[in-house]
Design a protein around this ligand. Structure first.
Ligand code: ATP
Length: 209
């Protein structure tokens, strides 16, 4: 799906200099795009703007070539999975909490069998015994890979990934990339400081102070 930011300015406080100034990006189906920038430059804010949680002061955001507005924003949210940097699925065993996102009406039809989930987490190098482990006991890198498995299985055409490889070693990064890139038509917009990941994105857009 197509997403365009055209010359966006945004500030949280009208009394301060804009946090984001003249920011543009263009992501088309199959694009793997990364937003690169120091901490605090507004990378996560770009996702908040896209999903309509914040409104730009200037500029235009287009979804499927149509200006973002209250009527198309619902469709955009339904077509998107946002993976935060530190995924929190709540308390419970992985086999329980993994299904929380599939309980939303728009995700029910994609709810995977236990066998499919186990195959997917295995592809990401996670041991099967984690399935009956408490989610809060998983390491940061394990939680990150659980999030990637969710992104894959939710089957949405747009993925917003916040620092998807920040806690992973190179072997895990390879596995994550292989899984995420299986479906060629997805639009992937990520934020990252990781040179490894940035090298594998065809488009890199920089945010600066
Ligand atoms: N809801 C909010 N209200 C006011 N200020 C906010 C809000 N959310 C974020 N900010 C501020 O906006 C700036 C950018 O935040 P943002 O989370 O977008 O940066 P980031 O580039 O994603 O940072 P990091 O790489 O550390 O995650 C920060 O100074 C932050 O404190």
């Amino acid at each position: 799906m197509s997403i365009i930011f055209d010359q966006i300015d945004f500030s949280y406080s009208k009394n301060e200099d804009p946090l984001i100034q003249g920011f543009s990006l263009e992501a088309e189906p199959g694009d793997r795009l990364a937003i690169k920038g120091e901490s605090g430059t507004g990378k996560t804010t770009i996702f908040r703007l896209l999903l309509g949680f914040e409104i730009p002061d200037q500029g235009t955001i287009l979804f499927q070539r149509e200006k973002l507005n209250p009527s198309n924003i619902k469709g955009l949210r339904q077509q998107t999975t946002w993976l935060p940097q530190d995924l929190d699925l709540g308390q419970g065993l992985l086999k329980e909490v993994f299904y929380h996102p599939f309980q939303f009406k728009s995700n029910l039809a994609n709810s995977p069998s236990e066998e499919t989930v186990l195959e997917t987490i295995n592809e990401l190098g996670l041991p099967q015994k984690l399935w009956v482990e408490k989610f809060e006991n998983l390491s940061t890198g394990q939680r990150q890979r659980v999030g990637i498995a969710l992104c894959y299985l939710l089957q949405k055409p747009i993925l917003l990934l916040d620092e998807p490889t920040s806690a992973l070693d190179d072997a895990s990064k390879e596995k994550v990339t292989e899984l995420l890139y299986k479906k060629k038509s997805r639009t992937i917009i990520s934020t990252s400081h990781d040179p490894w990941w940035l090298e594998r994105c065809e488009k890199v857009v920089e945010l600066s102070n």
